[in-house]
Design a protein around this ligand. Structure first.
Ligand SMILES: [Zn+2]
Length: 614
């Protein structure tokens, strides 16, 4: 049964497999008339297998286990149904914690199909009122709820192509004679199909990336694709199907999309080939992992078909012409060069572009610990010379062209799937078997209190442990931790002091800084009456870690909504008045505390209404 307004036509704000930051969307986002408080119905008979109150993520969430072994999940709830709410509140008082994750006994709290289990809301990581609804099988795979044919949802609008990108994937590959990811704009034809009108020439092995969205009738939202099918010259080379995915694979999303493009521009492209290090069952490919193989000078027809879960589809066609690698025009060899150098790493291939070469033909010298390797340009573009080197051959720490030197900072090759440690006197980086998707060409830079590990454009699969000894004095240590530069500011990571080193875990690469937070949280108490305690809390640097209230030494449940930084009390016995001293303590992640102590105020007696004078 559809859990919101069953029997009435409705629309969705999200579907299974939507590309969200760092993860696939795990279910449906069901719209709730842009408000909170709609009854949420049990989709089938079942018992509460898990119920949780989370600060972010799912917020107030119920997991119902059904007799067939499946589980349905209901997230961002405003309230649990009365019996369930009483159970949760008791447990919160027992554990003296607002945040709880509870697994009641099987059938301790059971619901019949259609029964109200709570009210819809906007709690946790929700940007507006809706119900997040999942269906999982007994192996914790997220199933596509649209396969259950809810008649409340109708859709006749097909998905649309936004952009196509072609990426050379080996050192010998080229797209339009360059070693560059190139973006092409599909043009919609009169018959509704799409075409790329520019000529495309390519050499070697090339990966397709696709930016495309589904649309649904009656909404302005964009959704993830359900299916992608790619054929070259009539032969299927790649398919993607968002029928289901395992819970543990959430982060593999970062390796499905073109992570670098997402980090740099916010545009999310599906990589339509199996990336190294991705063992997803979402794809099926030919023997070349879905990568186009251009080994001749013929014209090849590529057809991409995309579907939504209602089998509405769109088609994109383009022609790609095979090209023999164009020989380099020989120029007079020249060591004088004084232009700009920059580097870009794409999988195993490092590309160095020397801009401002004029008619001369400089060569590049790559330096490693033990040797130097000289390379001629792979090709020229306008006044730039492009040098390519495969990092599997050697790992350079700098490159020189003419008078210009570019430091590269490469330190070591870290293979995925194996534990490995890189260490120097003041830095240790530990990788475990699940840290990486793909080979990492570890590059590090340090300066006083800051550390850079590669670039934020390379995704990590799971955690990496770092031990870093900052240079210079750090006072006071107990308020000092590591923060990551997130593009606009710093977000708190934390860390533990081990001698002079800070040990911390990261899930993203990039720049890190040791910073000190000595400013305690702000607490704005707006009510402390017999009935209720209410406050707004905030913290500038490290952020709120904990809050705790007691009245006469007795712990009081405070609910917290992080989006508006609002705390409010909830009594175990609604009829008992608060009396005595309130102590409210709020602590930030760096360990700074603010403690307020006040007497619970007797509400000021209301002035008696004045009698009207006659
Ligand atoms: Zn959702």
């Amino acid at each position: 049964m559809f859990p919101i307004l069953p029997g009435q036509a409705n629309t969705l704000a999200g579907v299974l497999g939507d590309l969200r930051t760092n993860h696939f969307h795990g279910g449906l986002d069901i719209r709730t008339q842009q408000r909170e408080g709609l009854t949420v119905h049990a989709a089938a008979d079942g018992y509460v297998y898990r119920v949780a109150v989370q600060g972010t993520g799912y917020g107030n969430v119920i997991y119902l286990r059904h007799p067939n072994g499946m589980t349905t999940v209901y997230g961002h709830l405003q309230k649990f149904s009365d019996s369930l709410a009483a159970y949760v509140r008791q447990q919160q008082y027992k554990k003296k914690d607002f945040y709880v994750d509870l697994y009641p006994e099987p059938n301790q709290i059971a619901f019949k199909k259609g029964q109200a289990i709570g009210l819809s809301g906007n709690t946790g990581g929700s940007a507006g009122p809706h119900l997040h609804f999942e269906i999982r099988d007994s192996k914790d795979n997220h199933l596509n709820p649209l396969y259950f044919n809810f008649r409340e949802i109708k859709d006749t609008t097909p998905p649309a192509f936004w952009n196509l990108a072609l990426r050379p994937t080996t050192i010998d590959s080229r797209v339009n004679a360059q070693y560059d990811r190139m973006v092409f704009k599909p043009v919609k034809q009169k018959d509704g199909s799409y075409r790329i009108v520019q000529p495309i020439k390519a050499t070697g092995e090339v990966g397709i990336e696709l930016q495309a969205y589904d649309y649904m009738t009656g909404t302005g939202f964009r959704y993830g694709l359900h299916c992608i099918e790619i054929k070259m010259d009539g032969r299927e080379i790649f398919t993607y199907n968002m029928e289901k995915f395992p819970s543990r694979a959430f982060r593999d999303y970062n390796n499905l999309i073109d992570y670098r493009t997402d980090q740099e521009s916010g545009a999310r492209f599906y990589r339509c080939y199996t990336p190294d290090g991705n063992d997803f069952e979402l794809y099926k490919t030919d023997d070349y992992s879905g990568k186009l193989q251009l080994r001749d000078t013929l014209r090849h027809e590529v057809v991409i078909k995309i579907y939504d879960a209602f089998e509405n589809s769109s088609i994109l066609r383009f022609t790609i012409e095979g090209e023999k690698n164009t020989p380099i025009v020989q120029r007079e060899s020249e060591t004088a060069f004084n232009g700009y150098l920059n580097s870009e790493l794409n999988e195993n291939v490092l590309k160095i572009t020397a801009t401002g070469v004029g008619s001369s033909a400089p060569f590049a010298t790559f330096f490693t610990d033990r040797r130097r390797v000289q390379k001629d340009p792979a090709y020229y573009v306008n006044n730039s010379a492009v040098f390519l080197t495969d990092l599997r051959e050697f790992l350079p720490d700098s490159v020189q062209v003419g008078q210009k030197t570019l430091p590269l900072h490469y330190k070591e090759v870290i293979a995925p799937g194996l534990p490995d440690v890189y260490s120097t006197t003041d830095l240790a980086i530990r990788f475990d078997t699940t840290s990486l998707f793909d080979t990492l060409y570890l590059a590090t830079r340090q300066s006083f209190q800051s550390l850079t590990i590669n670039e934020p454009t390379i995704p990590l699969r799971h955690y990496v442990d770092v031990k870093f000894t900052p240079q210079g004095k750090v006072i006071p240590r107990e308020r000092t931790g590591v923060y990551r530069y997130n593009g606009s500011g710093y977000s708190y990571i934390g860390g533990n002091w081990l001698g002079d080193a800070l040990a911390f875990r990261i899930r993203e690469l990039g720049s890190f800084m040791v910073r000190t937070d000595t400013i305690p949280p702000k607490v704005n108490l707006v009510e402390h009456s017999k009935k209720r305690i209410r406050a707004y809390i905030s913290d500038d640097m490290s952020g709120i870690d904990q809050f705790r209230a007691t009245v006469n030494g007795e712990w009081v449940l405070l609910n917290y909504e992080y989006k508006n930084r609002y705390l409010w009390s909830e009594k175990l016995d609604e009829n008992a008045d608060f009396a005595g001293e309130l102590a409210l303590e709020v602590t930030d992640r760096a360990g700074n505390s603010t403690i307020l102590r006040v007497e619970i105020a007797e509400p000021a007696p209301k002035p008696a209404p004045r009698k009207r004078r006659r």
